[in-house]
Structure formats: structure tokens, C-alpha cells
Design a protein around this ligand. Structure first.
Ligand code: ATP
Ligand code: MG
Length: 282
């Protein structure tokens, strides 16, 4: 980078952090493989944190497949304030921003790295997040431009890594954990999704994949295990209908597991302020 570019980036970072100063903890939800349930977990986690009395927000940072509008059943164009900031939408008590609110549902965009960088920067700098205890960020799979921009722009409270129990998924999740560590982003823990299936007829728990794989990986890598979310058709149906399970079926096992994960995160983060954490942000 030349001097001019350095100056511009430094000014951009300052503006961005000023804009995010009301947000106490930014939690990134990441995975190695796609389709393991990151978006579903990010949405329900933000709602579970809200249920525990915290002010929570959700930033859908997946430019390639924004899912927050679908999962929460909301689709409106955000209002813009006099200061030219976008107001996040609100549903079930949480604040939400997604690229899905800004483009047509079926619009095809070819996203190049620098575009992803400026989108994430705008979501942090130009959205009026206000005061939040937690901002949960739903990332695309892997460790690409979105992850890099996020980790290099603001101090993150840490990352929650989602995996399914099978070897293929957890091997890649392990790599993501190593990468976050290299970027000095604290790994808050692992969540094993689609851990087991509870038969709705007999109540027996069936281990469809390799239940416990996520926990053993977490132990091996020395990171906390935050919880196991069962495979439940009600969750998939809720996602398809825009009705998150934590809100619609609060007594279900899945919803209760989400609250437990949220509780563990809250406890873990209550002892650290973002300024204390060793984030990769320069
Ligand atoms: N525990 C679960 N039980 C049943 N269905 C689930 C569960 N978790 C996720 N699903 C379903 O699996 C599909 C993929 O979930 P989701 O979109 O949250 O994954 P993702 O990791 O965000 O995917 P991507 O990598 O494409 O962003 C969705 O149809 C969702 O409803
Ligand atoms: Mg997703």
C-alpha cells in the first residue's frame, strides 16, 4: 500500500469504529463447509440472546447468499437517516441488516473481492446500529474476503464455528479455527449442528452422522464446546416459513439448546470487553 492508500484506510477504519462504538460485542458465526446451518444458527442465536435480556443485532454478511430476509420473514427497504445512515430493520426485538434488503431477490451480482470488502465496510460504517450488547455476524462459508475484512476492521469479541458431526465437515472446521487463531481472533467455541435426530414417534435419539464429532474436535483443538443442536424438521420448516424456532417453538428441545449456547456465550463474554480482546484489527 502506498502512503495515500494507508491514510485513506486509516481514515476509513476510524470512521467505522466511531460508527460501531455503541456495539459491545461482535460475534462472527463461521464454518468451513457451506450448508451446515450458519445462517439458521446466527438468527436463532441473536434471538436467544435477546430472550436472555440482551440487546442483539444480526448482520447478514453473506453477499453471495443473503438469508436473513427469508429466515426472519422480512423484506423492506431500510430507511435512511439525516446523517445518511441506514436504519436496520427490526423483528422479534432484534435489529437486522442484510444485502437482501437492498437488492432484488433474484438479482444476480458477480461479487469480486474488493466489492465484498466495501459491502462489509458499509454494513459496519453506514448502518445506525445504535446501542447493542451483541452483534451476531452471519458469514459466508470458508475464510474469504468477508472474513478478512471483518477481522481487519473492528475488534471482534470472537468467532463461533459451526460444524456438522461428520469427518468431512469437522476437518474443514478445524482449518477455519486455525485460520482465525492466526488472525488473532478469539475462537469462542464450536457448535455441532444436526448432531442427532429425535424420533417424533418414539422419542429415541438417532445419531445420523457422527454425533460427538464436533465436541471431540473442540477438545482436541483446545476450544470451548458450546452445544449440540439436533436435526429437527420443525427448524427447516420454520426457516422456510420465515418463522425462527426460538420464537415460534420456545419450548422445543432445539430452542432450549439455542438458549443454552447463548447463555454460555454471554458468560464467556461478560468477563471480556472487546478492547481487552486480542483482535486482528490493526
Ligand atoms: N438442526 C437443523 N435441523 C433441520 N434443518 C436444519 C438444521 N440446521 C439447518 N437446517 C436446514 O439446513 C439448510 C441449510 O441451513 P443454513 O442456510 O442455515 O446453512 P448455512 O451454513 O448458512 O448455508 P450457506 O453456507 O449456504 O450459507 C436450511 O434449509 C436449514 O433450514
Ligand atoms: Mg448461510
Amino acid at each position: 500500500m502506498n502512503d495515500e492508500m494507508h491514510k485513506r484506510r486509516a481514515a476509513e477504519l476510524q470512521e467505522l469504529r466511531e460508527s460501531m462504538k455503541g456495539v459491545a460485542h461482535v460475534i462472527a458465526v463461521a464454518s468451513g463447509k457451506g450448508g451446515v446451518g450458519k445462517s439458521t444458527i446466527a438468527v436463532n442465536l441473536a434471538l436467544a440472546l435477546n430472550k436472555l435480556g440482551a440487546k442483539a443485532g444480526l448482520l447478514d454478511a453473506d453477499a453471495y447468499g443473503p438469508s436473513a430476509p427469508q429466515l426472519l420473514g422480512i423484506q423492506q427497504t431500510p430507511q435512511v437517516t439525516e446523517e445518511k445512515k441506514m436504519m436496520p430493520l427490526e423483528k422479534h426485538g432484534i435489529k437486522i441488516m442484510s444485502l437482501g434488503f437492498l437488492v432484488q431477490q433474484d438479482e444476480a451480482v458477480i461479487w469480486r473481492g474488493p466489492m465484498v470488502h466495501s459491502l462489509i465496510t458499509q454494513f459496519l460504517r453506514d448502518v445506525a446500529w445504535g446501542e447493542l450488547d451483541y452483534l451476531v455476524v452471519d458469514l459466508p462459508p470458508g475464510t474469504g474476503d468477508a472474513q478478512l475484512t471483518l477481522t481487519q476492521s473492528i475488534p471482534l469479541a470472537g468467532a463461533v464455528v459451526i460444524t456438522t458431526p461428520q469427518v468431512v465437515a469437522r476437518n474443514i472446521a478445524g482449518k477455519v479455527i486455525s485460520l482465525f487463531r492466526k488472525m488473532n481472533v478469539p475462537v469462542l467455541g464450536v457448535v455441532e449442528n444436526m448432531s442427532y435426530f429425535v424420533c417424533d414417534q418414539c422419542g429415541k435419539e438417532h445419531d445420523i452422522f457422527d454425533r460427538g464429532g464436533g465436541e471431540s474436535m473442540a477438545t482436541r483443538l483446545g476450544v470451548p464446546f458450546l452445544g449440540a443442536i439436533p436435526l429437527d424438521p420443525a427448524m427447516r420448516k420454520g426457516d422456510d416459513a420465515g418463522e425462527p424456532i426460538v420464537v415460534t417453538l420456545p419450548d422445543s428441545r432445539v430452542a432450549q439448546e439455542f438458549v443454552k449456547v447463548a447463555q454460555k456465550l454471554k458468560e464467556q463474554l461478560s468477563s471480556t470487553k472487546p478492547a481487552d480482546s486480542e483482535s486482528g484489527a490493526e
